[in-house]
Write a protein that binds this ligand. Sequence first.
Ligand SMILES: *Cc1c(COP(=O)(O)O)cnc(C)c1O
Length: 429
Amino acid sequence: MALQLSRSEALFAASREVIPGGVNSPVRAFRSVGGTPPFIARGEGPYLYDVDGNRYIDYCLSWGPLILGHAHPEVVAAVQEAAARGTSFGAPTELELEMARTLIQFYPGLEMVRMVNSGTEATMSAIRVARAATGRPLVVKFIGCYHGHHDSMLVSAGSGSIDLGVPDSPGVPAAAARTTLALPYNNLEAVREAFARHGESIAAVIVEPVAGNMGLVLPKPGFLEGLREITRQYGALLIFDEVLTGFRLPGGSAAACFGIDPDLVTLGKVLGGGLPVGAYGGKRRYMELVAPAGPVYQAGTLSGNPLAMAAGLAQLRVLQRPETYPTLEARTRRLVQGLNEVLERRGLPYRARCLGSLWGLFFTTEEVVDYDTARTADTRLYAKFFHGMLRRGVYLAPSQFETGFMSLAHTEAEIDATVAAAEAALAEL
Ligand SMILES: *Cc1c(COP(=O)(O)O)cnc(C)c1O
């Protein structure tokens, strides 16, 4: 059962001539699993269709945003209607007010919010606000957490950069990297020590409250509470980077799921319904520092643009229906239980897990709690499994160190077909 990818191969070769590595974002190139990435022609519901006519059940979902699946009719209609009225105005619109109010209603403790165009912009801007609010230079992040590709966050940044083996990218000035303290995830002792030494200089702790960019790694009980306590004690801000977890955890956010009140939060991915969107927000006293209300400069030609707002609002409207989260969570659990039954039947010592509509499977017997334990996973085994699944029409993230996603478009039929494919793929390992 070989996968026919001749047209994708030709397009990839041509793309490599004119686009670095043939892709516009590194992990898409399949470097860590090998082979040619299928070039995608279209998506529909839970399915991706490539240019060679192959169909895949998609668990990558554009790396998270497509929580309703591909080309959801209500999202498509909203974008079409908005486009017909004009794609961008560079002037305020009612849609932006509706988006801000929707987010404030959705996210516990959120008082003001600013729209941007990506998760990277959101974290970059939130960190700027934290530095301005505290007058301090340093930011604590966690090793293996990804907060976008701006200079100070490209330190031990997980995701694509793990696989490239360049956690610290050339081109990042040492002076920028030195403003970042990278500590092990789930390790409050390390946080306490860092604050004991540098507490007067630390503006913020930024964290993925559930880590999704080194594979799915859950916070240990007490970790997030500890971060809240330590940052309060030292007058530093706590930034929840919920670009990946936003709208995907039980209750919709880590703030709701774990009952923690961060000072600032960043959102993206699901928020944009598949269009380029990010947002940062938080307490009024911090957000009022942002220009033109305050002196912290941050701007964007296309920020809050009507297509992105319309797509995002349409998606969030569907998500607000009462049956949505229980359904998403039940489907994710069904997949994980199915995978675990197969693993057990085959005598393999690995187990999948999930939270909300996020799921993950590490090929390691160690309990994964941080970057070091994640790195014990057998990436060659993952690559084989990945290609076994791809050949059987299941599109997983092309790296061991990414999170699996679920959409409302995945029915029990697709999930059961995925489990059957996994049984056959695992039999080949
Ligand atoms: C994807 C991601 C980002 C970056 O978002 P982009 O839109 O790719 O810039 C930031 N933080 C987290 C947690 C992410 O998962």
